[in-house]
Design a protein around this ligand. Structure first.
Ligand SMILES: [Zn+2]
Length: 367
């Protein structure tokens, strides 16, 4: 790293609570009960299971992969954290309920006082955003990490949309670039059914970031300006099924990682590719989704590249179970889990003294 880069890094780094030390006893799975959006049934007006994140955790607990003490509790991203990517102007616009109603596509939000909108809608999204940033550091530390939420890939620094109010993927990558020595190249593998125009706009002219995006070419957002940022673009047609889909996932993941070797992979693992999804328009089976995640993790892990997974879109009733099944499959394949961490993900991060998961006030928290 040059002196110039070093001084720029220090100049741009504010104090953050999102890069706290996490005990080794915790799995790098990040979650907080505040992820879930519940407010007088309002959440039911959106074609979303707005409680899917909690259900994923419930299923993982049932299978005894995790418990309250061995996962990482997400923290809410602060305004200063958000300003690493977002403009002050954009964050101010979120103080208007009408703007939030339009971004989240929940029209009645328009009629709520903004204090409620902040607490009931934006705080969950800010907590998920903090979770993605935390998981970015954990991925580098441990070789892998999963944020059970996040993946707001339609939001860029100055524009939200498609339920995405904060650009968590851009934020996680910029935090790593600014704060973690040795992390200067990232690859985004975006396999949500929609084009990831948010991070694409943010990294349009940034050669440090390689973007692979595979999506239904006929649906939202169809952002041709943002498409210029995609280095490996795979456009799918209505009703694409497992056999074609999985061949393409493998071919292009391997191809992307052979083309450029990044220091970290951010995997946007949207499940709206599932057959029957009202928005995605693809016909992938639950088993296909499980296999897809396995292919991506294997491609990164085999090369020793840290991988951060976020769950992004996909809100059918069965979605949470499929995400949990996929995480359990990654474990049974030896791609994640306590054993998978040994000898993996060598980190150039500074070492910090570990804190126990003690009472309130401890710098480390676990669910
Ligand atoms: Zn989507």
């Amino acid at each position: 790293m040059s002196f110039k880069e070093d001084s720029e890094r220090r100049k741009s780094s504010h104090h953050t609570d999102l890069y706290v030390s996490i005990p080794e006893t915790c799995l790098p799975i990040v979650y907080h009960p505040n992820y879930n959006i519940t407010f007088m049934g309002l959440e039911k007006l959106h074609p979303f299971d707005a409680g899917k994140w909690g259900k994923v955790i419930h299923f993982l607990k049932e299978e005894q992969f995790i418990h309250d003490g061995n996962i990482v509790k997400a923290r809410e991203a602060s305004e200063e954290d958000l300003l690493v990517v977002h403009s002050k102007r954009y964050l101010s616009r979120l103080k208007w309920s009408a703007v939030v109603a339009s971004i989240t596509e929940i029209p009645p939000v328009l009629f709520l006082p903004n204090t409620l909108v902040q607490r009931k809608v934006l705080r969950p999204l800010r907590t998920q955003t903090g979770g993605t940033i935390m998981a970015g550091k954990l991925a580098v530390d441990r070789g892998w990490a999963i944020n059970v939420g996040g993946g707001f890939h339609h939001c860029s620094s100055d524009k939200g949309g498609g339920f995405c109010a904060y650009a968590d993927i851009t934020l996680a990558i910029k935090f790593l670039f600014e704060r973690v020595e040795g992390i200067s190249r990232a690859t985004i593998i975006d396999l949500d059914a929609h084009q990831g125009n948010g991070h694409e706009r943010d990294f349009l002219d940034d050669h440090r970031v390689f973007i692979m995006d595979m999506y239904n070419r006929h649906i939202y957002p169809g952002d041709s300006y943002a498409k210029r940022a995609i280095k490996r673009k795979v456009e799918l047609d209505w009703g694409t099924e497992d056999s074609e889909y999985l061949v393409k996932v493998e071919l292009h993941c391997e191809g992307a990682l052979n083309e450029v070797r990044p220091d970290v992979v951010v995997y946007n693992a949207g499940t709206d590719i599932l057959d029957g999804d009202p928005l995605g328009g693809l016909s992938i089976s639950p088993q296909g989704i499980v296999k897809r995640d396995e292919i991506v993790f294997r491609a990164a892990r085999r090369r020793g590249i840290p991988i951060l997974m976020v769950t992004s879109g996909g809100y059918q009733k069965t979605t949470a179970q499929i995400i949990a099944d996929s995480i359990l499959n990654l474990k049974s394949q030896g791609l994640i889990g306590a054993e998978a961490e040994e000898g993996e993900g060598s980190s150039s991060l500074e070492t910090h003294p570990l804190h126990g998961s003690g009472p309130a006030g401890s710098t480390t928290t676990t669910v």
